[in-house]
Write a protein that binds this ligand. Sequence first.
Ligand SMILES: [Zn+2]
Length: 233
Amino acid sequence: MNIFKAILLPLCLICGMTMTAGCNQIENSEYIYTENSEYLVLLNKTHPSGESYCPPDLTALDSTLTLYGKEVELRLYAAKAAETMIRELHAQGYTDIVVTSGYRSYAYQSTLFYTYLSQEAAAHPNWSEAQVKEYVLTYSAAPGTSEHHTGNAIDLISTNYVVLDETFAQNPAYEWLQQNAHRYGFILRYPADKTEITGYSYEPWHYRFVGAAAATEIHEHGLTLEEYLGILD
Ligand SMILES: [Zn+2]
């Protein structure tokens, strides 16, 4: 094959191989490749959701891909993309990786947050209300500020270590996710070197669906969603 022919051969958008080289179409690519701006919604500490916000088309994930088979919901496209990505992780041998968290309602996050507030207040009777809140905010999002409200965010976990902490970055699957999550439309939402921009500490387990085109650009340029959208206030 001469070089000109090689250049003219159509490249698979998904795997980057030429179509004739045996590109395997990713299952559910009709969902993964969405460029619908709904999936670019920004939800963070300075852009919270309202109490009445409820994402449409919430869909239960295949329970064989969730921790202990629990019910985890995501928006339809994010659900299809997540299922495809987890199945591929398993096919690659990372069979311990499952989803532990997806959509969380405002009401659920409120309950969680206020439970933490009362627990910490009881545990630290000398602290002021503001001190208690400041402390709880270091590990829990206030209602309206959790990206899980969008139905587009997942937390991954290993069935061999069912705690969400930075050791997830040492799981061999993390390297695969760093190389491949964008191909399924997901970005690492809270990277270690972007905490000032995202407002959240490093969360190697938290991935956000934005669609593969945006995810690829974000991945290739080392951006956060805030930087990609140009919303940095
Ligand atoms: Zn999360």
